[in-house]
Design a protein around this ligand. Structure first.
Ligand code: HEC
Ligand code: HEC
Ligand code: HEC
Ligand code: HEC
Ligand code: HEC
Ligand code: HEC
Length: 450
């Protein structure tokens, strides 16, 4: 990258400028002047560059934020990051969670994936480097061998429903090669899945649905076709099982089998690249997504590949019955996202006293959970303790200045306490961070009219 690149994203009407060390966004006001500027340094690169490289910013508080533009190898150009090609994208606000890093990094800090992710702990092997002191995935039974790859390559969807929930007591980093994936997490899909829907991380999900996989009874592994160390496709991987396929058909015999049975298609959550559809089929679907699909999904979610218990299934289907979440948090008392869900359901049912207790617990277990703090503040405000609510929100914003909901709630708290100037500042900052926030715009408009 030599000179800075300018990029205009039409559907969000935002201008971006990328140089070697930073990304910057602005919009133009009625007079044609730059407004709503945000700029962040580029600190970490994620992705092999095979399809795309996405960049992260590390905030002064140590959080990682995904940046809105990615570099696409097939097009040799910048475009919106996967999931960002829409009017109301997350811009500079998407926090990279531990679960992103579990798949995209070797450790909670961004780093390349190490041997241990497929071979388990390596310390003993380094002391005594001989066979038997390290796990060889090839010696695992078929299912667990496949699960070594599926720990990262099985994602049912990146949007619309919650794709997975970890088993009680499991933290993000608890999966070890040799374990059954089902002991680590449960997976969910849309009940009315569109058979043609293809997403960027879909190799495992699509392969598992193919007759070729289902009927080969464990003999078809990722490593049947891929060298696990180079990721390259092994030659003639199909004919080991399909020696007679298309025998005598000159057009097909000896041709590249994948070109017809595993077409490359454009995925619906990353339209600037194309990937191999692993749902091997006689006559595969060859449609291409032309725009990102962000339509809401209001159908049911059902389990996929792994059995799910009824309580978790109810939570994934966004039950509004607090007893569902109460039981789940009793079973798994340190599960912060589940505690946060319980807190929010209680708030919606106007039970701020219990909500405050639950959210307090969540925020104590994970002080970096801004969402917990933002809702804890609401619970305190509903109980009438505005001062305490304000205090919590100031702490939340100090720890996470890019969090729009915390900013808006801070504005509301100042407004309730009669501090108009501070309230205006909080709403304005929320609008700068998220120019499409109608909530912040509407609150500021009403405040200024008063
Ligand atoms: C279950 C594991 C998993 C999780 C969780 C996950 N990813 Fe991915 N992601 C992958 C894999 C594997 C690919 C590559 C898919 C391929 O090339 O077929 C990918 C692809 C991508 C890409 C496309 C760029 C590239 O490398 O080609 C981006 C950007 C991305 N992921 C970002 C994220 C972010 C941000 C999160 C968290 C919100 C996340 N991912 C969560 C496994 C995961
Ligand atoms: C710790 C997570 C993780 C595990 C385990 C894992 N992968 Fe991947 N793999 C990824 C990610 C993420 C990518 C996307 C490229 C990138 O970002 O580096 C990827 C890319 C690939 C690619 C595409 C090559 C490329 O350069 O884009 C292949 C093929 C692949 N993996 C096969 C496998 C196989 C086979 C296994 C099991 C033996 C496996 N992976 C295990 C995370 C993982
Ligand atoms: C993405 C998963 C993955 C990663 C990461 C990985 N391996 Fe492997 N490795 C495998 C699998 C699977 C096998 C089993 C052989 C096969 O299926 O081809 C294997 C086999 C091996 C073998 C035995 C070779 C043989 O022919 O049987 C050695 C040695 C090895 N790996 C070393 C390493 C080292 C050293 C690293 C880190 C630099 C590493 N591996 C990283 C998946 C991985
Ligand atoms: C029957 C053979 C076969 C099996 C089994 C298979 N793959 Fe692939 N895979 C391919 C082919 C062919 C490509 C395209 C390679 C290319 O274009 O260079 C590919 C490409 C990929 C890529 C690169 C990104 C893309 O989609 O183009 C990833 C990631 C990947 N495979 C992961 C996996 C994982 C994980 C598994 C096991 C769940 C798996 N594959 C099983 C044949 C296979
Ligand atoms: C480990 C063995 C194995 C490998 C490797 C393998 N297949 Fe298959 N495949 C099977 C089995 C078993 C079936 C089911 C056969 C049947 O129904 O008669 C099958 C079925 C199929 C079908 C029919 C699918 C349908 O929907 O009816 C196609 C097409 C196919 N395979 C293509 C391929 C291609 C292309 C490759 C390489 C990229 C490949 N297979 C690699 C075992 C394998
Ligand atoms: C030019 C496209 C093309 C190529 C190349 C091709 N196939 Fe096919 N294949 C098809 C079509 C189309 C069908 C559907 C049935 C038919 O027309 O024979 C099919 C059917 C199949 C079936 C299912 C047969 C059945 O009885 O249901 C298998 C297995 C298969 N192909 C494997 C392969 C393998 C292995 C290769 C590589 C050696 C390959 N194909 C190359 C297009 C292709």
């Amino acid at each position: 990258m030599v000179s800075p690149t300018m990029f205009y994203h039409q559907s969000s009407n935002r201008y971006y400028r990328v140089d070697a060390s930073s990304m910057r966004r602005h919009q133009l006001d009625a007079a044609g002047e730059e407004t709503l500027v945000v700029a962040k340094s580029i600190d970490v690169a994620v992705g092999s560059g095979n399809h795309a490289i996405t960049y992260l910013h590390r905030t002064p508080q140590g959080r990682l934020l995904e940046l809105p533009l990615s570099w696409y190898s097939q097009k040799q150009s910048w475009a919106m990051s996967p999931g960002y090609d829409r009017p109301n994208h997350e811009d500079f606000r998407r926090e990279i969670s531990d679960s992103c890093l579990f798949c995209h990094s070797g450790s909670p800090q961004p780093s390349p994936i190490g041997c241990n992710r497929c071979h388990g702990p390596v310390a003993q092997h380094l002391q005594s480097p001989k066979p038997g002191t390290i796990l060889n995935p090839a010696k695992l039974d078929a299912q667990r061998q496949l699960d070594v790859c599926l720990q990262c390559h099985l994602q049912t969807t990146s949007a619309g429903i919650q794709d997975s929930v970890r088993q009680p007591g499991m933290n993000t980093w608890a999966f070890q090669p040799g374990m059954a994936l089902s002991d680590y997490k449960m997976l969910f899909v849309r009940e009315t899945e569109d058979e043609g829907r293809l997403e960027i991380n879909s190799a495992g999900y699509r392969l598992l649905q193919s007759a070729c996989f289902q009927k080969s009874e464990g003999r078809l592994q990722c490593t049947t076709c891929h060298d696990p160390h180079t990721a390259k496709v092994r030659v003639k991987s199909c004919v080991q099982c399909h020696a007679a396929a298309h025998a005598g058909d000159q057009r097909r015999e000896g041709a590249s089998c994948e070109s017809c049975h595993m077409p490359k298609r454009r995925p619906v959550d990353a339209i600037h690249t194309s990937i191999t559809d692993h749902k091997i089929a006689r006559e595969p679907i060859i449609t291409h997504a032309t725009e990102e699909d962000h339509g809401p999904y209001d159908g049911k979610a059902i389990p996929f590949y792994i059995h799910a218990d009824p309580l978790t299934l109810a939570a994934v289907n966004r039950s509004d019955d607090p007893s569902v979440y109460r039981q789940l948090t009793q079973r798994d008392p340190k599960n912060v996202p589940m505690l946060a869900m319980l807190g929010k359901v209680l708030l919606r049912r106007n039970e701020p006293v219990e909500a405050a207790k639950v959210l307090e617990r969540a925020a104590t277990l994970d002080p970096s959970c801004t969402d917990c703090l933002a809702h804890l503040a609401v619970a305190n405000a509903l109980r009438g303790d505005l001062r305490h609510s304000l205090e919590i929100l100031r702490k939340a914003v100090a720890g996470n200045p890019d969090h729009v909901l915390a900013r808006i709630n801070l504005g509301i708290a100042y407004e309730s306490l009669g501090d108009r100037a501070q309230a205006d500042d909080a709403y304005s900052e929320a609008i700068r961070l998220q120019p499409d926030s109608t909530e912040a715009a509407e609150r500021r408009r009403r405040l200024r009219q008063r």
